[in-house]
Write a protein that binds this ligand. Structure first.
Ligand SMILES: [Zn+2]
Length: 210
């Protein structure tokens, strides 16, 4: 039975890497135990288990000493991830009805168990599209995205990465007025999703835009 959301899975992945990193950098048992305790704390904070077997699935995380073990661990737990419910091309078109020539992404290229939000860029129009689900309902925003060579902090995942500025026109309080909201966002949406282990940051981000 699937019991982890994508964001929770990304968090577990991050913690697994932390354990591996600890084993590769120190032999000090006290340090290792301290990190293991921190990882346990993070997992307890973020995940709720309804069965003991779910907890047991994650137990090997504490003994990941090699890259290979990390690889196997992630493979083993991936079946328990609840994937992003993939939209159809038609559903995407309905989200952006004003766009006659909407360029759609290749939906087969996504790993939905690694995806908390869907995003793609149309180089022809410089538009970046962001699609997500809010209580199951598909929603979308789009804006003009300017790439930069700069490394900055992404508003969504908070990692240091190559970012760009996403400008979204937002309806003002007076009829017919618009304000533009800008946010720094990862250029690489796949990496952004991977770094996104706290979905509330993403929710704040879209709430601010829409
Ligand atoms: Zn990001």
């Amino acid at each position: 039975m699937q019991f982890m959301t994508v964001e929770q899975y990304q968090l577990v992945k991050k913690q697994a890497k932390k354990i591996l990193n600890t084993y590769t950098t120190t032999k000090d048992q006290k340090v290792i135990q301290a990190i293991q305790a921190l990882v346990q704390e993070k997992i307890d904070e973020k995940l709720t288990f309804t069965e003991i077997s779910q907890q047991l699935q994650l137990q090997p995380i504490f003994n990941i000493e090699t890259k290979e073990q990390l690889h196997y661990f992630l493979n083993d737990i991936k079946p328990y991830v609840i994937p992003f419910q993939a939209p159809t091309a038609n559903e995407l078109k309905k989200l952006f009805p004003k766009e006659k020539k909407l360029k759609l992404p290749n939906l087969d290229s996504y790993d939905w168990k690694e995806t908390s939000y869907l995003s793609w860029f149309d180089a022809g129009t410089n538009r970046k599209y962001i699609v997500y689900r809010e209580e199951g309902t598909l929603k979308g925003v789009r804006g003009v995205f300017s790439h930069s060579e700069k490394v900055g902090i992404c508003t969504v995942c908070n990692q240091h990465a190559k970012v760009g500025m996403l400008l979204v026109a937002k309806k003002g309080t007076d009829l017919g007025t618009y304000t533009k909201k800008g946010n720094y966002l990862c250029q690489d949406s796949k990496a952004c999703n991977e770094a996104l282990s706290d979905l509330s940051k993403f929710e704040d981000f879209v709430e601010n835009l829409t």
